[in-house]
Design a protein around this ligand. Structure first.
Ligand code: HSE
Length: 452
């Protein structure tokens, strides 16, 4: 039983719902500002009074765009989660240490926690939901994936009738911004990354963005929501965009593709297995996501009943993320008034409706075409050697381009393959990497065979 109603006060005929914040950075301030500015409209829609209560911050004296009274700030997050008058805790501090402790404590006290923290959800989701259920609270996370795009609600509510053979998308705005600028301006990755760092577009731990981990966290959340399985990192392919060069972009363009960092969640219902991957991919220009430029996110969801649906919008930033957090606040208020059912089950829960738990597809069963860039010695027999390695692993070559490299004696080979599988390609790349004629590690991209 959710004990929350007893904490809500009444003002006239309306309940007052008090909202506390853990972390008051860009998103926290955005949520505060937009709730304050839209309070009357939101209150009318929700039938409750919203009270912005307090925020826990690291530095109380810091100058902020949204100024709070001294009494509304604390440097002790426990004061927020232990405050019985606070019904909803917005965890916008990030990280998986203190954020986990404080979230669990709030959930143990039966509160609703709203979070944008995909890393925490990805690594501790099971524990968070179990704690929420046990103590009658809720854990909402619309802002954790694709910022302002309501993809969690789309999967959970709008598409509730469906099972999902394929979900893929661009889930990291920073990578999409960098790849777009590389493509449009012909600039190399490193100087662009440097510039993006200076503009504050890159996470403090930049590996989260450019090595694909932020996208991986979001992909794990989507996979859980769609398939009821928490996929571990060691069961996925996770590759970032650091090694993408102008050669790759130009060659992809000549073949009719753009290069995008994709998260792909594929489910094979026949074998009841799924595979989650994050990697830069060649995406056909006919696909709407290939034309999604700049810091935008886009998600394509194929449902067995609805067909393919596509969602595009801003995946990060104060306003877009605040919009998602406030939608969770609205759900939380309805939940607190008990107008809404629980929403913490994934679309497919093992055991529910006799749905058996699904497994992970072996690499042999994960198929696509590939793009392979090799820096080799420009010498007789090298191309034949490469082709022979690929042939041994039954990887069939579709196209070959050889470019003379700037350094004499070197050549850049760009190959594409016909459809093969991850295992064959992994073995091929490992063997190629050991060739004496290979001058740099092979660079591999997948060709996404998604036309919509
Ligand atoms: N660094 C992330 C991005 C922020 O660029 O998409 C939103 O998770």
């Amino acid at each position: 039983m959710a004990p929350v109603l007893s904490r809500s006060e009444t003002a006239g005929s309306r309940r007052t719902v008090r909202i506390g914040f853990l972390g008051f950075g860009t998103v926290g301030q955005g949520v505060w500002k937009h709730v304050r500015e839209n309070r009357r409209r939101l209150e009318a829609r929700l039938g409750a009074r919203l009270e912005l209560a307090r925020a826990a911050v690291r530095q109380a004296g810091k100058k902020r765009g949204v100024a709070l009274d001294a009494g509304q700030l604390t440097t002790n997050g426990r004061e927020i989660v232990e405050d019985d008058s606070i019904d909803i805790v917005c965890e916008l501090m990030g990280g998986t240490g203190e954020a986990r402790e404080l979230t669990l404590e709030a959930l143990r006290r039966g509160k609703v926690v709203i979070s944008a923290n995909k890393a925490l959800l990805c690594e501790h989701g099971e524990e968070l939901f179990a704690t929420a259920r046990k103590h009658g609270g809720q854990y909402f996370f619309e802002a954790s994936v694709a910022g302002g795009i309501p993809i969690i609600k789309a999967l959970r509510e709008g598409l509730v009738a469906n099972r999902f053979p394929l979900i893929y998308g661009i889930l990291n705005g920073t990578c999409n911004y960098l790849l777009t600028r590389m493509e449009r301006e012909g600039l190399a990755f490193e100087p662009l990354l440097e510039e993006a760092r200076a503009l504050g577009f890159v996470e403090a731990d930049e590996s989260l963005d450019v090595d694909g981990w932020d996208t991986a966290h979001k992909a794990v959340v989507l996979a859980w929501l769609a398939h009821g399985k928490w996929v571990r990192y060691d069961e996925m392919v996770v590759e970032g965009i650091r090694k993408v060069t102008q050669d790759d972009i130009a060659h992809a363009r000549s073949l009719g593709y753009a290069i995008k960092l994709l998260a792909v969640v594929k489910r094979d219902f026949a074998s009841n297995r799924l595979f989650v991957s994050v990697h830069p991919a060649l995406v056909s220009r006919r696909n709407v996501l290939a034309n999604l430029d700049g810091p935008y996110n886009g998600v394509s969801v194929t449902g067995d009943i609805v067909g393919t649906t596509c969602y595009i919008g801003r995946g990060a930033g104060q306003d877009a993320t605040s919009s998602a957090v406030i939608s969770d606040i609205a759900d939380a208020v309805l939940w607190l008034q008990r107008c809404e059912p629980r929403r913490d089950e994934p679309s497919a829960s093992p055991g529910v409706g006799r749905e058996p738990a699904c497994g992970i597809l072996p690499l042999e069963n994960v198929e696509s075409s590939f793009y392979l860039r090799l820096m080799v010695k420009d010498a007789a027999g090298v191309l034949a050697e490469v082709a022979s390695v690929m042939g041994r692993h039954l990887v069939s070559i579709a196209t070959v381009l050889q470019k003379t490299a700037a350094t004499p004696g070197r050549a850049c080979l760009i190959l594409t393959t016909h459809v093969t599988n991850e295992r064959a390609m992994k073995n091929t790349v490992e063997e190629l990497a050991g060739l004496e004629s290979l001058l740099e590690p092979p660079f591999l991209l997948r060709v996404a065979a998604f036309e919509e």
